[in-house]
Design a protein around this ligand. Structure first.
Ligand code: CMC
Length: 391
């Protein structure tokens, strides 16, 4: 056997599953760059739509390229009425992330030509479709939870303004999202757009490596993102803060975490061992949004948790710092979103990253089907025992 030659690396802590030129992370120094551009500059200067182009094409677009990209993507914001009908069949209390995951999977049945993953032009068409339709489906999941009628996309608005409109506009009433809210959402989307080989992106590559269509692969990524250790963390943070309930309960909660009775959600990261650069930017966005819509009362609990944890030896010695999810949930809650929508808010921008990575994988001549090996720990060969003789 060849077991002796294998590396045992559960969770791929030290195994590069691919090569990639999209996102660079230096966990020790707290650096994150998309295609070489520092996340801080992109958050300050760019928009999500431009960042999606950058992730996919490798370069920032010229003005003409950006306009074309925006225009062509907007042609696909509407979903088939049967997709909408399918969504109507979900239970009234269905989790939005479950609705998103299965609806994205259902899209594959509407676009059978997407199976032709070898054709770059066809891939780009499916990519545009998904980037355009995921926000529409996401907003539908929210309206479904409320029992409110769906608001159709408005292609005269920007990507993020249109999303807010589909979420919050009621029938023919006038609705114009505050520009500061649109901008805050753009920054949040930029920060979440890609993060190299995290669990959901590795899932996209693994499913895509069998040449499954991108809708099926992306549904798998969304399912991976749903988990509380990944994209479900922002939801878990809010539940944790609500459960703590008051600043005076924070020390007791920290003691329980140190006794192994649960984790401090929104803390720790596999790669960032110094700080998460996204968390720093998100804290500023939080202040801007709170100025506009009012301060989230749970913020005081979060600040106190952060203050104590950053001084406590348990967290310091394990190099556990606030990650991107520690504050994003507080912002989404202040915007009026229920906690169940938080992972969906992560999935919308990450769609761009998943697709950029999927496209890159299919262009890489070295890429083979994802097929890890294992170290077998079971029984040696033994004789079959008939049912009558089993004890
Ligand atoms: N609270 C308390 N202890 C923790 C935490 C935490 N949040 N995270 C890690 N630890 C401890 C862990 O118990 C272990 O201690 P010991 O060495 O004594 O056994 C040590 O730190 C190393 O932890 P690990 O589980 O080996 O670390 P990992 O790299 O496998 O896990 C993580 C990374 C993000 C899953 C983990 O830190 C965690 O569960 N954090 C809370 C969930 C969370 O916030 N997730 C969002 C991640 S960022 C956005 C995203 O990717 O979706």
């Amino acid at each position: 056997d060849d077991f002796g030659l294998m590396t045992y690396d559960p969770g791929y802590v030290n195994t590069a599953s691919t090569r990639s030129s999209i996102t660079y992370i230096d966990g020790g120094k707290g650096i994150l760059r998309y295609r070489g551009y520092p996340i801080e500059q992109l958050a300050e200067e760019s928009t999500f739509v431009e960042v999606a182009y950058l992730l996919l094409h490798g370069e920032l677009p010229t003005e003409t390229q950006l306009n074309e990209w925006e225009y062509e993507t907007k042609q696909h914001t509407v979903v088939h009425e049967n997709i909408k009908r399918q969504m109507e069949a979900f239970r009234y209390d269905a989790h939005p992330m479950g609705m998103l995951t299965s609806t994205v999977a259902a899209l594959s049945t509407f676009y059978p030509e997407a199976k032709n993953v070898k054709d770059p032009a066809n891939r780009m068409l499916q990519i545009r479709r998904l980037i355009a339709k995921v926000p529409t489906i996401a907003a539908f999941t929210y309206r479904h939870s409320l029992g409110h009628p769906y608001t159709y996309p408005n292609n005269e608005l920007s990507y993020t303004a249109n999303f807010l409109s589909m979420m919050f506009k009621m029938s023919d009433n006038f609705y114009e999202p505050h520009p500061a809210l649109v901008r805050a959402l753009d920054v949040l989307f930029i920060l979440h757009a890609d993060h190299e080989q995290n669990c959901s992106t590795s899932t996209m590559r693994a499913i895509g490596s069998s040449h499954a269509d991108p809708y099926s692969a992306l549904a798998g990524s969304a399912a991976a993102l749903y988990g509380p250790l990944h994209g479900g963390a922002n939801e878990a943070v809010l539940r944790m803060l609500t459960q703590i309930g008051d600043v005076k309960n924070v020390p007791d909660f920290i003691s329980r975490v140190k006794n192994g009775e649960g984790r401090l959600m929104g803390f720790g990261h596999r790669v960032y061992k110094n700080y998460d650069p996204r968390a720093r930017i998100i804290k500023q966005v939080a202040d801007e949004v709170f100025d506009l819509v009012g301060r989230n009362p749970l913020l005081d609990i979060a600040l106190e948790l952060e203050r104590i944890a950053l001084e406590d030896d348990y967290f310091v010695s394990r190099r556990l710092y606030p990650n991107v999810d520690f504050y994003s949930g507080l912002i989404y809650q202040a915007m009026g979103l229920p906690v169940t929508m938080f992972p969906v808010m992560f999935a919308i921008p990450r769609t761009a990253g998943w697709l950029a990575q999927w496209n890159e994988m299919l262009e890489d001549p070295d890429q083979r089907i994802a097929r890890p090996r294992q170290i077998y720990t079971g029984s040696d060969e033994r004789e079959y025992v008939h049912l009558a003789h089993r004890r």
